[in-house]
Design a protein around this ligand. Structure first.
Ligand SMILES: Nc1nc2c(c(=O)[nH]1)N[C@H]1C(S)=C(S)[C@@H](COP(=O)(O)O)O[C@H]1N2
Ligand SMILES: [Mo]
Length: 257
């Protein structure tokens, strides 16, 4: 039985190739350009998350923009230079010694260097970042799809969430920034581990060496300075148990836009 579930899960994570992504994009663009869709969406803002989900699939793609839309200076927020000696030593060396362990509920735990991630098939997308504080910024992000990374480690059937542990200490070092997403968001075709912003190596300000990019969720979900990824069945054991640093301060875990 568990073999069947795991085969299904792998299919979900691995099944959609690059060709399918562009098909989905076309379909999504057509849908969101229909005037009736626009007015349904704007009229639906008061709806609960579950009701909204009936109108807009969680798997729908976020709009993509053109180079002309890219903000001249991307707005930074939160930590812009982790106060962490180990991180600073890695940064000094151009992150050559940085390793991303991807482990937990996976068949094949693996340690990736930045070069390993750069050698993978990369996706470039120009998307809008929406911060919960009420500002937005458009940038171009490049990196491997998270689902391609997960395909290499093979999530076990019990894996439900992907945890991201970051380098930046929060609250005078009592915690570190962390985040979590579910496997469905992890498998979304706009979920990247980005190592470049606007065609340049990702600067420290924006989360070097890699940061999470999601197409359809608010800024605080997009962990910068990712040091470790762990697949888990529950995020309750981590931090204060709400799935992320800001969630522990009261923000919602599901931050769909
Ligand atoms: N590690 C880490 N990730 C983080 C944050 C942070 O402080 N530390 N801030 C979050 C918030 S609230 C936002 S809006 C974005 C800001 O990303 P940016 O600096 O690239 O604009 O990163 C998110 N990810
Ligand atoms: Mo934010």
């Amino acid at each position: 039985m568990s073999e069947i579930i795991s085969a299904r899960r792998r299919k979900l994570l691995l099944g959609l190739g690059a060709g399918t992504t562009s098909l989905l994009l076309g379909g999504c663009d057509r849908l969101s350009n229909l005037p009736q869709t626009q007015s349904i969406l704007s009229a639906a803002q008061w709806l609960t998350r579950d009701a909204q989900r009936l109108l807009v699939s969680r798997d729908a793609l976020a709009p993509q923009y053109t180079r002309a839309d890219i903000a001249p200076v991307f707005r930074p927020n939160g930590t812009t230079n982790p106060d962490n000696a180990q991180y600073q030593a890695l940064a000094k060396n151009g992150f050559q010694d940085w390793r991303l362990n991807v482990d937990g509920l996976v068949e094949r735990p693996r340690s990736f260097s930045l070069a390993d991630l750069r050698a993978m098939r990369a996706q470039t997308q120009i998307t809008r970042h929406d911060c919960v504080e009420g500002w937005s910024c458009i940038g171009q992000w490049t990196g491997p799809l998270l689902r391609d990374v997960l395909a290499l480690v093979l999530p076990k059937p019990q894996a439900r969430y992907v945890m991201f542990f970051c380098a930046d200490p929060m609250d005078d070092g009592r915690d570190y920034y962390y985040e979590s997403i579910d496997l469905r968001t992890a498998a979304h075709p706009q979920t990247l581990l980005a190592y470049a912003l606007n065609g340049e190596t990702l600067p420290i300000t924006y989360g070097a060496p890699i940061r999470l990019r999601l197409g359809r969720q608010l800024g605080y979900k997009m962990a910068k300075y990712v040091m470790h990824i762990q697949l888990v069945s529950s995020y309750r054991p981590f931090g204060q148990g709400h799935g992320g640093y800001w969630e522990d301060q009261g923000y919602t875990w599901y931050a769909g836009i």
